[in-house]
Each structure stands twice: as C-alpha cells, then as structure tokens.
Design a protein around this ligand. Structure first.
Ligand SMILES: *[C@@H]1O[C@H](CO)[C@@H](O)[C@H](O)[C@H]1NC(C)=O
Ligand SMILES: *[C@@H]1O[C@H](CO)[C@@H](O)[C@H](O)[C@H]1NC(C)=O
Ligand SMILES: *[C@@H]1O[C@H](CO)[C@@H](O)[C@H](O)[C@H]1NC(C)=O
Ligand SMILES: *[C@@H]1O[C@H](CO)[C@@H](O)[C@H](O)[C@H]1NC(C)=O
Ligand SMILES: *[C@@H]1O[C@H](CO)[C@@H](O)[C@H](O)[C@H]1NC(C)=O
Length: 381
C-alpha cells in the first residue's frame, strides 16, 4: 500500500476513469457526427438531455461502480459523480430522477502549466461528457502544490477554463472541485482556494482522512472528528468563501488500525508511517466500508464506544493472530451532528465518499442500517 495512491480520493479504492478507456475511444469515434439523442441508450430519448434544474440543496454522491446504485435513496440525490466504470443505466436512471451525473476529472499537475495542454484536456472531457450524456465534471486532483509554484496559478486557470467550457457546451452543467477538510495546506495542497471556489460551481469538502498528517502523538483517532471538521469549514468561510459554495463531504467508511499497544483506557498506539512531511498518518490504518464495520462490531471486544471529545464511535477487536485493533468510523449519530452544523451554517449541501459502502443486501437489519445512514444526511426541519 503506497500512501500517494492510497490517498487518491475522494477515493478509497477508486478505480478511476481508466476503466472506461476502450469505451471512451469508441464513443469519441462515434460521437463526432452524432446529434444528442440519436444513439440515446435510455428508454426515453428525453432522458439523455442534460439536467437543467438547480436544486436549493445538494446531495452529492460518489459512486465507484457495481450495481448498488439501484438501492440508493434517490429521493435525496441531486448529483452522482461516477468514479467507477461508466454505466449508461445509471445515467438514464439518475436523469429519470432529475439527478445530474458527472465525470471524474483527474490530471497530472505538471502538465497543466501548458495552456495548450489544458485546452485539449478540457475539450476531451467535454466530448466525453457529451458522448455519455453527462452533466458536468468533478475535478479530483489531491496533488501537492506549493504556493509560489507555476502549478498554483495553472490549477486555478484549469478550473476556470473547465467551468467556462462546460457551461458553454452543456446547458445546465455543473463543475465542482474536491478540497481537503481544511484550506491550511493539508497534505501539501496549497491551492488558491478562493480563486478555485469563484471559478467553479462549488467545492466538495472532503471532511475525512483528517489524520492524514498526525503531528502529535502517534495514536489512532477519528477519521472525521467533530471539532476538527467544523474548524475546517470556519477556515474556508473566514477566507471569504461563501457557505453556498461548500458541500460537506462525510465518510461512509472508517479506519482499522493495528495497535502496537492498546492501553486499558483504549489508547491505541500506531506504527509511524510518515506522509508528506508528517511523522505519522492514517496510512498506518486500512480503510473499511461501513457495511464491514457493522458486520464486525458484535464480535469486537469493546462493543461500540463513543469518544466524547471527537464525537465519534470506535471499537477494539483482536485478530486471529492475537493483535489488537482499533476501528474508528462514522455512524448516523456522528454524521447527524455534522449535518446539523452544515444546515446551521447554510452550506450548499452534503455528500459522501462513497455511496457503495453500505449494505444493500436487503435483509431486515441491513435495510434498517442503510436507511439510517441515508436519513442522517437530511436537514432536520
Ligand atoms: C514543494 O516544496 C517542497 C519544499 O520546498 C518540495 O520538497 C516539494 O517537492 C515541492 N512540491 C512540489 C509539488 O513542487
Ligand atoms: C487567486 O485567484 C484569483 C482569480 O484568478 C486571483 O485574483 C487572486 O489574486 C489569486 N490569489 C492568490 C493569493 O494568488
Ligand atoms: C500498553 O498497554 C498496557 C495494557 O493496557 C498498559 O499497562 C501499558 O501502560 C501500555 N504501555 C504503553 C507504553 O503505553
Ligand atoms: C449485532 O447486535 C445487535 C444488538 O444485539 C443486533 O441488533 C444486530 O443485528 C447484530 N448484528 C449482526 C451483524 O449480527
Ligand atoms: C470544540 O471546540 C469548542 C471551541 O471551538 C470548544 O468550546 C469545545 O469545548 C470543543 N469541544 C470538544 C468536545 O472538545
């Protein structure tokens, strides 16, 4: 497990856009002479039209593939960012529910300082979105950028040019950009946050992986602690970013840490795995989806515990080799607390990495668990 690819997120196990390569080429060859609608894969040609409705409240969902999207709570979803393989059934279905479907945008930062490269990258993405009847793009860079580097301004320019181009070419389209939980150069990502926020429709704030750089004691801690999460939003707002430009991202996964030592008061010491200058990081742990966590919790040695400082649940278990583990995660209780803040501060909406993490098998316990997670996103009236 190498930290850089490990941290390609919003992405735990993101398969990336590469999976659609062959299809992409085919569609590009086919796309040129096609007027929208002539090869529409949906039952109704109207379902291939871009979504134009602008919701007051966003529920922004990342999908990494598989067919679980059929079981999502479509009464809430406004946008699906497709990080798995393109699936025309998903596009048709989302459009039938009035939800946008957007591409993943990822690019190597050393290339984008060349304006010609940017232009051709953007043209390629616009063509792909048109060929697949999609409604925009979610730009997910997550790479290190230094303040006075050429990439710093080039990144802002890329976002601006992408937005202009999409808005011009695809009516009603949406361009968004993924940022870390705080604007304070997390993981070396020193971007022009205000410039980028102005240049796109909104930022998706990845309020998770908040232990990616642990500067204090190397101990297991929450993926998205309440106070730390809120501090991030306060910092974005303080720098002048309108709260309506921010969508709160919550994790539907947790971290499983192997403890070097687990004390009686549940302090789990972890191995030192450095990340971008910090002595230890969550790369010492392993990401686990909520459905796995819920399957394991009853066989844990502690049962679910609540940390009142971080306002997050965790549990301890012993593996077959006798090693102790501590698992930190988010559940409806911890997510509701953050969602309440999202509502009070008038943020644009909420979303998660990623929607596939729940148990959609449909048995009674799984159904209840899954409904509760979706319900936790809803603003309370
Ligand atoms: C940013 O600056 C640091 C320290 O000067 C350097 O080590 C790093 O390679 C730079 N990163 C990039 C992406 O230029
Ligand atoms: C950020 O980008 C905006 C728009 O391009 C620009 O006006 C501003 O000066 C930039 N800020 C910094 C600190 O570079
Ligand atoms: C390790 O855990 C044991 C058992 O809880 C505890 O007594 C001990 O103080 C811990 N050691 C360290 C170095 O934290
Ligand atoms: C775990 O225990 C709870 C409460 O006893 C129960 O409701 C739930 O179904 C159990 N989950 C599993 C996966 O066995
Ligand atoms: C969270 O931060 C606030 C101040 O911003 C502080 O008053 C409060 O005690 C903190 N809560 C916890 C649980 O640490």
């Amino acid at each position: 497990m190498s930290p850089p690819s490990f941290r390609r997120r919003p992405g735990l196990s993101a398969s990336g856009p590469g999976g659609a390569g062959g299809l992409t080429l085919l569609l590009r060859l086919l796309a040129l002479p096609l007027a929208a609608g002539t090869d529409c894969p949906c039952s109704e040609p109207a379902l291939c039209r871009p979504i134009r409705h602008r919701p007051d409240f966003e529920v922004f969902v990342f999908d990494v593939g598989k067919k679980t999207w059929k079981f999502y709570d479509w009464s809430q979803i406004t946008t699906v960012a497709v990080f798995g393989k393109y699936d025309s059934d998903l596009m048709c279905y989302a459009h039938s529910k009035g939800a946008r479907v957007v591409l993943k945008g990822d690019v190597s930062l050393k290339d984008i300082t060349d304006p010609t490269f940017r232009t051709s990258w953007i043209a390629q993405k616009v063509d792909l979105a048109k060929a697949q009847y999609m409604d925009g793009i979610n730009i997910d860079i997550e790479q290190e950028v230094n303040c006075s580097s050429p990439e710093y301004d080039a990144l802002t320019a890329l976002v601006k040019e992408t937005t202009d181009s999409f808005h011009h070419e695809i009516e009603g389209s949406q361009v968004t950009f993924d940022v870390a939980w705080s604007p304070k150069c997390i993981d070396g990502r020193c971007y022009n946050y205000t410039g980028i926020a102005d240049a796109c429709d909104f930022l998706f704030v990845m309020s998770y992986d908040e232990q990616s750089q642990i500067w204090s004691e190397c101990i297991a801690a929450a993926n998205a602690p309440y106070n730390q999460t809120l501090t991030g939003y306060n910092d974005y707002i303080k720098m002048g970013i309108n709260s309506k430009k921010l969508v709160m991202g919550v994790p539907w996964y947790g971290y499983d840490y192997t403890c070097l030592n687990l004390s009686e008061d549940h302090v789990c010491t972890i191995a030192k795995v450095p990340f971008r200058g910090a002595p230890c990081s969550d790369a010492a742990g392993r990401q686990v989806p909520y459905k796995m966590i819920m399957k394991q919790i009853n066989s844990s040695i502690s049962g679910s515990q609540w940390d009142k400082y971080q306002q997050a649940p965790y549990y301890n278990y012993k593996d077959p080799d006798g090693h102790f583990h501590q698992v930190w995660y988010d559940n409806p209780r911890s997510i509701s607390l953050k969602a309440a803040y999202m509502q009070n501060y008038g943020l644009r909406g909420i979303g998660m990495w990623n929607a596939n993490c729940l148990d959609y098998s449909g048995d009674a316990a799984a159904r209840q668990q899954t409904e509760e997670m979706w319900a936790a996103l809803k603003p309370k009236l």
